[in-house]
Design a protein around this ligand. Sequence first.
Ligand code: ADP
Length: 251
Amino acid sequence: LGEPIELPQSADEIRQLTVSFNQMMADLRRSFLLQKEFSANAAHELRTPLAVMRAKLDVFSLSEQVDHGTQEMVDSISQQLERLSVLIEDLLWFSKDLPLEEMTPVPLYPLLCDVAEELSSVADEKTIEIQIEQTDCYVLGQDRLLERVFYNLLENAVKYSPAGKQVRISTQKEQDCVRVQVADQGEGIPEECRSAIFEPFFRVDKSRSRAVGGSGLGLAVCKKILERHHAQITVLPNQPNGSIFEIIFRS
Ligand code: ADP
């Protein structure tokens, strides 16, 4: 408990306080923008050496000097380079300004089918099922950005579910909105973490998340993109297990 706050005594004092408050806010905003630019530049610069390392490692693993022991090491390095690459791409998405392209009506059904198909190759025995009552569901947006959102959500649903479980996507056109849900039967998200998971680098179980990979930025990127679409994302429990990520696009 600090010193008691002294109240301003005169209009002049209030004016001075307002000026210094505005100055502080401007400084804060400037340093925030610099920090964002720094992260975007750093991520961008890291891309090239990483791509070179990956290419050289690929060539090396094909050479005849690679015995079984060396191959294991090469695979492990390759895995870590892959993680680094995901982290850099997500950092770039998170820190760069989103492209200011025109919003156009995006048909959800083909977009969700494409993302689901892309992910089904890495989904092991988990099934991705799309339930869409109205195949003519459209939202106003940028398809490339929306694709990123659904890729992140579906990838998480698959990543945080055990084998043999189902991931369900449903869309519903309502009077003044379109509601999309991505439901899984995985480990679920404790109630006290349900808003924090949209913060950058927040992870429910740090050790487990590290084992399954990922950057900790996926949901922060989703939130950032959806804000641009004036859409809201929340997470609901999917009883008895699992979670439901719900997005509401207002029309
Ligand atoms: P990460 O790269 O760690 O997956 P995200 O930002 O995508 O980063 O997610 C943040 C955290 O939210 C994850 O580490 C995980 O703890 C939790 N999470 C996200 N999606 C799910 C899900 N479908 N089921 C359970 N936990 C989830």
